[in-house]
Design a protein around this ligand. Structure first.
Ligand code: CUA
Length: 341
């Protein structure tokens, strides 16, 4: 099958997946609905493999069925053996050469796809992001922009005339994780003491869901990823807001005091305060995120209070300890965090 043929098949599969999804980009996370260059390449290769193996299945299954029907025992069978055949050069050549050719074709297609994806050059408009996998959340850093956030990756949509793909450097703070947003790119392992790279180039705006794809401990299932693909101007506005320091007004001074005088500051950063910890998520613009606890809870005051009061209740095994705050301190702290927009 030609590359165009494979691409046509991908188109049909993608249209079907999108028909199911409607306008809501989060309705499907199918690899058959790619919206980004590396995901396109992977699904094109996958469809070609699927087509070839489907062809093999039809030929083998067809011959088997034909043999079973055509050579079944006739009613007047006298029990004697049919003519016996020993050795056939043509048949042996066929079952040796044809599989070799098929394997060679699959190897070449795979090699070309891997080369295309991994050998991609970074255009000048590319956005650089460092993603650090932690048990059990994602640290997201934009080194050139001075932004640090968590679990929710924001990127610009890429215009073919003025490409703005996002290049990701993947690191781990503890164990092996895997970064996977099926509609944007294939999985890439996140390995301790190693820096893997990958890239995405979304051509549609929307929210695309992903997930850690390597078992990394008890809360592996709650290590979700959200990728927000924005029109360029919207992305620039997001960057501007994220670069501002966190400001809290005097009305939440009590909560800020609770925050700055408990162990919160050992693990969390709020720029502009004494909190500079790196073990947990940066909270400078906590309220700009839609979810808490790597997607395990929505960003609501109730969920936030529940999480701080008893992390194990929301995410058993979570590395955030319960701070043993009383109800008043909890309310003050949640009020303060609620101002970190
Ligand atoms: Cu991180 Cu699974």
């Amino acid at each position: 099958m030609t590359r165009a043929g494979a691409a046509a098949l991908v188109g049909v599969a993608g249209a079907a997946a999108r028909a199911v999804a409607g306008d809501d980009t989060t309705r499907t996370s199918s690899i058959f609905a790619p919206v980004s260059a590396p995901a396109d390449a992977a699904v094109t290769a996958a469809m070609l493999v699927l087509a070839i193996t489907a062809g093999i299945f039809v030929v083998v299954g067809g011959l088997l069925t034909y043999g079973v029907v055509r050579f079944r025992q006739p009613p007047d069978d006298d029990g004697s053996e049919p003519p016996q055949v020993y050795g056939s050069e043509q048949i042996e050549l066929a079952w040796t050469v044809i599989p070799i050719l098929i394997v060679v074709v699959l190897c070449l297609v795979t090699a070309r796809t891997v080369y295309d994806v991994q050998g991609a050059t970074k255009p000048p408009g590319a956005v650089d992001v460092t993603v650090v996998g932690h048990q059990w959340w994602w640290e997201i850093r934009y080194p050139a922009l001075g932004i640090v956030t968590a679990n929710e990756l924001h990127v610009p949509v890429s215009d073919p005339a003025n490409r703005t793909p996002t290049f990701l450097a993947l690191e781990s703070a503890d164990v092996a994780h895997s970064f996977w947003v099926p509609r944007l790119a294939g999985k890439t392992d996140v390995i301790p003491n190693r820096r893997n790279t990958m890239w995405i180039e979304p051509r549609e705006t929307g929210l695309f869901l992903g997930q850690c794809a390597e078992y990394c401990g008890t809360q592996h299932a709650h290590m979700l990823l959200r990728v927000y693909v924005h029109p360029r101007a919207e992305f620039d506005a997001w960057v501007t807001r994220q670069r501002e320091p966190g400001v809290a007004d005097a009305s939440v001074a009590a909560g800020r005091h609770v925050f700055e005088t408990t162990a919160c500051i050992n693990c969390h950063t709020v720029r502009g305060t004494v909190a500079t910890g790196r073990f947990g998520p940066d909270l400078t613009h906590l309220m700009s995120r839609d979810t808490l606890v790597a997607g395990a809870a929505p960003m609501t005051p109730e969920a936030l209070r529940d999480w701080i009061a008893n992390p194990d209740h929301v995410k058993p095994g979570a590395l955030m300890p319960a701070m043993q705050l009383d109800a008043t301190e909890l309310d003050q702290l949640v009020a303060y965090l609620g101002t970190l927009r």
